[in-house]
Design a binder for this molecule. Sequence first.
Ligand code: EPZ
Length: 427
Amino acid sequence: MDAIRVRGGAVLKGRVRVSGAKNAALPILCATLLSDGESHLRNVPALRDIDTTAALLRFLGRGVSVNAPDVTVAAGKDVRPEAPYELVKQMRASVLVLGPLLARFGRAKVSLPGGCAIGARPIDQHLKALEAMGAKITLERGYVLAEGPNGGGQLRGAEIVFDMPTVTGTENVMMAAALAKGRSILVNCAREPEVEELGRILNKMGAKVNGAGTDVMHIEGVTPGDLLPFDHAIIPDRIEAGTYMVAAAMTEGSDVILEGAEIGDLEALVAKMRQAGVIIDAEGRDIRVRRTGPIRPVNVTTAPHPGFPTDMQAQFMVLMCTAAGESVITETIFENRFMHVPELLRMGANIALRGNTAVVDGVKKMYGASVMATDLRASASLIIAGLFSEDETEVRRVYHLDRGYEHIEAKLGGLGAKVERVRNAES
Ligand code: EPZ
């Protein structure tokens, strides 16, 4: 397994291009199941999760060619509505084929995603909503077996109220409702920019989705076969942008331009970074980040969008490890998203965990160490901690990182950071 070595202390200067949003590309690639013909997706990041989704679509019978940043998906002769465990276990978001397969082909067999490092990650909300639309759902030997009404018929529009905002739950139901008979009303939807982007794509295909990006959506189903292929360039990745924003804040004197970043998608993070003393300015379609003085401690509680993103919690915690004082970070979305804490403690951080709250006491120095990546965003936080520490840090098992960060060592290196990838390092 590869590792990434970081030698800390460099001041970061220059420009870095933000890639397309992984969590927009994944549902949109699954939406290609709703139509025939050839769809083109542009500004797609070169990531493992994209390759996994392409493999899944090929397994289902689609012709997929990935030449990042372009991906083309063409309908095959027929479809095999089954997502096997071997593929779903690599990426939970594979569950996003459930809604489109059921809506378009009347049946689907999708492996239950199982938990992951950050939590149990159930899909009860997805299944409850599809049942309300007339689907017959049974769970058998780790698989979800789903069938449209009357042995595979068309889903029916329904009123769906989510118990909590769920990003992929909202996305699965949007795609199912797009081809259901009649109107669906979705209440307590996730409001992430990636959900809004999926709504844009579905409407480009000929669906009738109103309210994507807000907590209530009205969707008028259209006739299966009426949705058309699309050509679309996806939105920038706000979490990748936020990650580089924090990286730029780690060393005094850094001055970094994030090219193509959308500051409107990062309001909660930007507010907290500014409160911490980081200078952040929107410059046209870019964001400029400057670290000119000490970092002030700031309390943060994660929340569904537009609140502070859980996907930025680990990275922001690292910044707070260097603050002049105590900050309290509360994780409300996932039950086990502090896996980066033990690794940061080994680097000299001062963090006390109390349930879903971390009390962080800033330190003047952190020390390089060999640390273990556990999940996508925790891995990024360890790289960022390496930028601050006095000597060398080796982050192992970076396959987690490669799922969500395109060319991270080249991008950080381009800003002056001393970062290198070590192939087949000791894991
Ligand atoms: C999406 O995951 C993202 N993944 C995650 O990003 C992100 O952390 C998460 O949303 C929260 O913002 C993709 O978009 C591919 P949820 P998702 O359903 O949809 C509970 C990354 O780093 N829940 O919004 O799986 C759930 O347990 C990844 O790129 C149920 O109880 O998250 C959690 O506590 C990590 N039942 C909360 O809702 C359900 O049926 C929010 O989860 C569904 C969710």
